[in-house]
Design a protein around this ligand. Sequence first.
Ligand SMILES: Cc1cc2nc3c(=O)[nH]c(=O)nc-3n(C[C@H](O)[C@H](O)[C@H](O)COP(=O)(O)OP(=O)(O)OC[C@H]3O[C@@H](n4cnc5c(N)ncnc54)[C@H](O)[C@@H]3O)c2cc1C
Ligand code: FES
Length: 455
Amino acid sequence: MSVLYFILLICVGALAAYCLREFYVRFLNYHRYEDAYLANLNEAIERHSENLTFESLVRRNSWQGLKRFKVARKVVETQRQVDGKQISDISSFYLEPLETPLPLPGFLPGQHISLELDTPDGPLLRYYSLSDAPNEQHFRVSVRRALAPPHLQENVADGKGSGFLHDSIEEGTEVKVGMPTGDFCLQTDIDVGTPVVLLSGGIGITPMLSMAKALAQAQPKRRVLMFCGIRAAVELPMCADIDFIAEKLANVDVYICMSAPDGSVPELLPRKNVHIVTGFQDGRVIEGPDGVGCWLSIELIKEIVGDDEGQDFFLCGPPPMMRALVDGLYFWGQPREKVHWEGFGPCAVNWPGDIINSKLRPCAVSFIDPGKGNSRVYLDWRPASGTILDLADSELQKVRKLKRMCGKGFCGECKTTYKGTVVYDKPPVFGPLKENECLTCCCRPDGDIVVTVNA
Ligand SMILES: Cc1cc2nc3c(=O)[nH]c(=O)nc-3n(C[C@H](O)[C@H](O)[C@H](O)COP(=O)(O)OP(=O)(O)OC[C@H]3O[C@@H](n4cnc5c(N)ncnc54)[C@H](O)[C@@H]3O)c2cc1C
Ligand code: FES
């Protein structure tokens, strides 16, 4: 009996202790627990939503205008021979902020930044696509040295900005950087599930690397077809990034298409999903270093991409390549909203459907040149001529090369005066413009006009 009493006593004691503890926690210490819990919850929600919504990432530590950054790392990616000397051809620059706190604002892969360089001749503004996936620590840009065209080498200097970056910017140098911007971008925060086809020529690979690396982080199962057009193996930059993409994306195929193979292959790890294409004959894709050469053509792309699964196509490369591929995609039947392209500067690439349906009529554009005693040059404009700058560029023997820089209505460098009416595909970012001013890189004439040469 006494054992039973003893057990009962222990149970009552335990119950009383439990009730006392609950009383203390719930009633005496309740607010402390509740406050701590709510604080944690709020913090978690904040962290969660900050991580998830693109808008909040972009707003994070964002700025206006240009801010000081330093080059934390400079990497020579490829080299080339010029006059018997080996010089850097493509270099990457890792930029870390000096004035704004980390983490860096987010961006959509494909977007670019503006970079102000402090050259001996004064500040120089240039635009560069971000070549890495969004990350909190640095922006990376990869810059190709722009040499003077071979037939003009006697009279024309090499590119100022890229030359300065390659030759005078070292680790530790300060540059000024604008916020990432641009509408050539892949929406990695929304998984629509359709395949993505990335088509690049030469240095046009930079936004594609950013897109593919961002997909590897955000949507690693998405189907990705990446085509990189180069002449020979030595020209392929950032092989480590391509290895990373081939490894981390579960459903990717990379096609390196060489137009002038010299028997060597790029320094990539051998993988089933990386194809070195050197020939395309009678609908047959030839892989390996021994083919006669393969251009990035629409026939090759159709052969590899296959059936229409609602793919989104992204293109960046030299204007002739983009013109051919944009035309090819149109005649293949791809919808306008699925084809996205970006030129690294003014480049006349038109969607054929826009030309066919254009409400603008053929007209005359007369260029009046104050630098040549107000002499006049008359050119015929048709919807296929593109912008006023495209038209002037098509007749460089007649019209002096007009000023330009971004080719997209951002910088105002191509601003000039005109008489008549012009239209813009979309309102330019640069502004406000006076009534008689236009941006030649992004407007078209609506009827006969007179444009002042601003060379
Ligand atoms: C949105 C965007 C993204 C970009 N992303 C990249 C990128 O990721 N990587 C990259 O390398 N570039 C990129 N660019 C291009 C970059 O902004 C520069 O245009 C490029 O580096 C050349 O600038 P530069 O100052 O070296 O050449 P510039 O001094 O502007 O000269 C350009 C070229 O014209 C030639 N030239 C000069 N004067 C004449 C003349 N009178 N007649 C004929 N030719 C002449 C020069 O020799 C040179 O080849 C991008 C551009 C844009 C708009
Ligand atoms: S070239 Fe930059 S706005 Fe026209």
